[in-house]
Design a protein around this ligand. Structure first.
Ligand code: ZN
Ligand code: ZN
Length: 303
C-alpha cells in the first residue's frame, strides 16, 4: 500500500493560510481520506493532485467526520470518478443537510449572546458563513457505518471510533498508522465534547503515526501527550479566571485575547467561544464550576 498526502487550501473567505490534509492510499483499490473545501480553484487543484497520484482514479472516499472542510469536495469527486463515499452514521446528518448539522452553532450562539457578546458582531459573521455554505454541494449518494472493514487488496483497512471533535469522528486504520481527522491536531484542537475527546486522544496514543486533518502531519504519542498537557493547562486557566465569577465574554477574552480583536471570518470568531463552552461544560459536569444565570463560577483553583 502506498500512502501519500497533500493539503487542500482554504478559500480566502474561510481563512488565510489554512488548509485541510488529504491522503491517498493506493493498493489494488484507491482510497482518498478526506477532501477539502469546495471552490472552483480547489476543484482544479484536487483534480491535478489526484491525476498525478492516482491517475484520477478513486474507488473509496473515506470521510473522517462531518465537517465541510473534510467533505466539501466529496460531491465533485464522486461526480467525476464514481467513488463510493463513507462516513460514520453519527456524522451522516451533515452530508444530508449541512445546515441541519449546525445545531451546535445555535447553542453556542445563544450562550454567546447571553454571555455578553454583541449580536451585531456575530450576525455579520453568520451571514458570511451562510454565503460560504451556499456554494457547496452535498453528495447524492453515500454509505454510513458504525464499524467498517474494507479489503484494499494487499491490506485491510478498518475504523476506530474517535468521538469528541464530533460525535461520529473516526480514524481509518492501516496496521500501525491511523488517519484521524481533527480529533487531535499538532498543538491544539477544536473540542466539541471534551470527555469524549480525552478518551479518543488516549486511543490514538497506541498508533505509531497519526495522520491529522490539519497542520503538521503525522504526529505521534509524544505530540499527543503535549496536546493533553495543553488541554489541562487551558482547564486550569478557566478555573482560575472564573474564581470570581465571570461571563462567557469575559472568560473568552481572558483565555483567547487575540480573538476579541479579530474582524475576520466567522470560524476564527466562533471557535474560541465554542472551545471555552466545551471546557466550561466539562468542568461543570465534573463539579468544578457552577453556572448561575450568565455567570460561571469555579470552586477550586486546580484540577
Ligand atoms: Zn472538524
Ligand atoms: Zn477540519
Amino acid at each position: 500500500m502506498q500512502v501519500s498526502g497533500f493539503s487542500v487550501p482554504f478559500p480566502s473567505e474561510w481563512g488565510r493560510g489554512e488548509s485541510t490534509n488529504a491522503y491517498i492510499l493506493k493498493g489494488k483499490m484507491t482510497a482518498l481520506v478526506d477532501a477539502g473545501l469546495d471552490s472552483p480553484n480547489n476543484r482544479e487543484y484536487i483534480k491535478g493532485q489526484l491525476k498525478k497520484l492516482s491517475s484520477w482514479k478513486v474507488d473509496l472516499l473515506l470521510i473522517t467526520h462531518g465537517h465541510i472542510d473534510h467533505f466539501g469536495l466529496a460531491s465533485y469527486i464522486q461526480g467525476e470518478t464514481g467513488a463510493e463515499i463513507y462516513i460514520h452514521e453519527d456524522d451522516s446528518p451533515a452530508l444530508k443537510n449541512y445546515r441541519k448539522a449546525l445545531t451546535w452553532l445555535d447553542e453556542v450562539y445563544a450562550l454567546a449572546i447571553e454571555g455578553g457578546f454583541s449580536d451585531i458582531d456575530l450576525r455579520e459573521a453568520r451571514i458570511r458563513q451562510s454565503v460560504a455554505l451556499d456554494i457547496m454541494g452535498v453528495p447524492k449518494d453515500f454509505k454510513t457505518f458504525r464499524k467498517l472493514e474494507l479489503d484494499m487488496g494487499d491490506q485491510k483497512l478498518s475504523t476506530i471510533h474517535l468521538p469528541g471533535h464530533t460525535p461520529g469522528s473516526v480514524g481509518y486504520v492501516l496496521g500501525e498508522i491511523v488517519f484521524s481527522g481533527d480529533v487531535a491536531l499538532d498543538g491544539s484542537t477544536v473540542v466539541g465534547d471534551l470527555r469524549g475527546e480525552l478518551e479518543s486522544i488516549q486511543k490514538l496514543k497506541t498508533f505509531r503515526e497519526v495522520y491529522t486533518g490539519h497542520r503538521r502531519t503525522p504526529i505521534n504519542a509524544m505530540d499527543l501527550e503535549a496536546l493533553e498537557a495543553h488541554i489541562a493547562q487551558r482547564l486550569e486557566e478557566v478555573l482560575r479566571v472564573t474564581r470570581e465569577g465571570k461571563t462567557l465574554r469575559e472568560i473568552v477574552s481572558a483565555i483567547y485575547p487575540a480573538s476579541m480583536m479579530l474582524e475576520e471570518n466567522f470560524i476564527r470568531k466562533i471557535i474560541p467561544i465554542r472551545q471555552v463552552v466545551s471546557y466550561l461544560r466539562y468542568l461543570e459536569e465534573e463539579g468544578y464550576i457552577v453556572k448561575n444565570g450568565a455567570i460561571w463560577r469555579s470552586f477550586k483553583e486546580h484540577l
